[in-house]
Design a protein around this ligand. Sequence first.
Ligand code: SF4
Ligand code: MG
Length: 325
Amino acid sequence: DDGLLATKDLKKYFPVKGGILNRKVGDVKAVDGVSLAIEEGKTLGLVGESGCGKSTLGKTIMRLHDPTDGNIYFDGEDISDAGKSRMRKIRRNMQIIFQDPASSLNPRMSVAELIQEPMKTLTDWSKEERRDRTLELISEVGLQEGHLQRAPHEFSGGQQQRVAIARALSVNPKLIVADEPTSALDVSVQAKILNLLSDLQDTYDLTFLFISHDLSVIKHICDDVAVMYLGKLAEVASTEEIFDDPKHPYTKALMSAVPDASAESMTDRILLEGDVPSPENPPSGCRFHTRCQEYIGEICETDEPQFTEPSAGRYCSCHHYSGST
Ligand code: SF4
Ligand code: MG
């Protein structure tokens, strides 16, 4: 079973233009062959440093970008080349929440208009049905009826994100892509929004792709975690396995930076040296080899590691686990 959402070798490249004739001189390989699956009702976390392609992957899954290659399966249907009218039907079932509600919400619309817009464009519900759904949502996200006629800028960041959540949920989607939904908010508000998303997941049996660079948020909310590095997945495992027993050297470095109760963890911290290399010219072989502390030899520079199963149900892309050494 591939779950509610799956991708197969999904790629999204952006052309790079340059020179006096402004011709294409290369590609930014933002997403460079990603295969993942999310079971219905589960939350898959997508983590990695900024610029690793997380947001591009989320947007490509939503078909806000056209994929360069590969497949996206939603509810068993390949939507990777679905046209406008087919996407309109599909979009009802997959919605996205962005990081910054202040820029994702149209400032000229009232809260009521913002929540109703997806219902108007994606459903054939009557005015009464839309009004009833709006009233139901406004209380479910912790706002009041009196807020409906007001404009988004009259609200705090946390309240604005509640409006964005109500808007995304208005059409009863199955999948929510949440791209750093709490990163722009005050720390005191973050936990409230995360709890709200968890509660709504239970109420509506939602499936989440939860994109975040914040590992404490990921630990709190995700069932499984996919670790992304330079356009590819390094490792996929349950949240518990990723935090307690990371396998990929990149995951180990990320996890070593998470503060934890045991005193020894800070001395065990693995510092990642150097910047993330350019996704226009990723390193040969294993693209993590320029920063890897467990580099095992020339094979790391010459051969791209395959995504293998080091133990049942968990995947790692490293020669150390592929049996080729
Ligand atoms: Fe490190 Fe080699 Fe594994 Fe890449 S393949 S993560 S360089 S050990
Ligand atoms: Mg991002």
